[in-house]
Design a protein around this ligand. Structure first.
Ligand code: SF4
Length: 67
């Protein structure tokens, strides 16, 4: 079984929400946001990520604008 890469993941994580206990645990991060109908912060551009609006609607709106 592959070892958890929490340290490596934490170093490259672009999420700026610092108090989060799931930081670097991508499997938990995905499950958490998926249950809430959201997208993990790392999939948003930095200026949008920092608003902490992780909704699917915001994700679609963000990438529609870039076209
Ligand atoms: S996206 Fe959400 S769960 Fe993932 S590290 Fe950021 S605040 Fe935590």
């Amino acid at each position: 079984m592959k070892e958890c890469m929490i340290e490596k993941n934490t170093k490259i994580c672009t999420c700026t929400y610092e108090p989060c206990s799931r930081k670097g645990m991508c499997c938990e991060c995905v499950q958490y946001h998926r249950k809430k109908g959201q997208i993990p912060g790392c999939l948003f551009p930095a200026d949008i990520e920092s608003t902490y609006d992780r909704s699917i609607e915001n994700f679609i709106k963000t990438y529609k604008k870039e076209k």
